[in-house]
Design a protein around this ligand. Structure first.
Ligand code: NAD
Length: 254
């Protein structure tokens, strides 16, 4: 029987790319975001049509713990949980809006606590499970002005290790993928302000500011991240648990 994956925050960017790659590998997928538009459901319809797997879209706001739990329940549990939903806000800590701090901690970190806590009992019943947390190079290292994001991503890496220890004797693994920069709406949204700040063109921002940290000087792609998730779900990765895989063009080797 095909396995089912729930991918949080998957109507765009990395989450959507991961959903496509998992579907191409024959996994039934549940897409999610906080909106409930026709175009959200159309994404699932398109994946199902193109790949032949079952694909559904379930609306749930990952800033709300009860909604995170309800997502897993509505999905009927899952074999694979990909905690991917995330937002960003850039500001010096003394000016960091409290509501942005709270939203980033809730969406980028606490949602993974709620979904994992709800998904694990079903994985245990079924005797197999994979939890993949999309953390960040910023789960391992820091940059200025991203205090909430970096705190949340370091938290996710810590929780990943803990869940791995709690499931170590079962056929369940929990790992984090730490991407460097991937050209998604989350990164694109930061470009205009940075261009204004440094008096650069948007292309110069991409090359000289964003990719400055990434030795490969290339963005990672959503397909590469989907491939990494599929690897972590494969038999070859059965003994990989409680760790991070960097997909960052060498950023964290610096
Ligand atoms: P994105 O903005 O394209 O995608 C974010 C997804 O999260 C979207 O589907 C959005 O709808 C969803 N989302 C936001 N708030 C939500 C909420 N309250 N409830 C449910 N869903 C919500 O950005 P992305 O770059 O694809 O980011 C995906 C993940 O990858 C994030 O966790 C991000 O931190 C991480 N990441 C991204 C990069 C990068 O360079 N793009 C690098 C490292 C890590």
């Amino acid at each position: 029987m095909a396995k089912t994956a729930v991918i949080t925050g998957s109507n765009s960017g990395i989450g959507l790319g991961v959903a496509w790659e998992m579907a191409r590998a024959g996994v039934d997928v549940v897409l999610n975001s906080f909106t409930d538009d026709e175009k959200d459901h159309a994404l699932a319809t398109e994946i199902a049509k193109e790949t032949g797997v079952n694909a559904r879209y379930i609306q749930a706001d990952m800033s709300d713990g009860d909604a995170c739990r309800a997502l897993i329940e509505t999905a009927g549990g899952c074999d694979i949980l990909v905690n991917n939903a995330g937002i960003q806000h850039v500001s010096p800590i003394e000016d960091f809006p409290v509501e942005k701090w709270d939203a980033i901690i809730a969406i980028n970190m606490s949602s993974a606590f709620h979904t994992t806590a709800t998904a694990l009992p079903v994985m245990r019943e079924r005797g197999w499970g994979r939890i993949v947390n999309i953390a960040s190079a910023h789960g391992l290292t820091a940059s200025p002005f991203k205090s909430a994001y970096i705190a949340a991503k370091h938290g996710v890496v810590g929780m990943t290790k803990t869940v791995a220890l709690e499931t170590a004797r079962e056929q369940i693994t929990c790992n984090a993928i730490c991407p460097g920069y991937v050209l998604t709406p989350l990164v694109e949204a930061q470009i205009p302000d940075t261009a204004k700040k440094y008096g650069m063109t948007e292309e110069e921002v991409k090359q000289k500011v964003i990719l400055e940290r990434q030795p490969s000087k290339e963005f990672a792609t959503v397909e590469q991240l989907g491939g990494t998730v599929n690897f972590l779900c494969s038999d070859a990765a059965a003994q990989i648990t409680g760790t991070t895989i960097s997909v960052d063009g060498g950023w964290t080797a610096l």
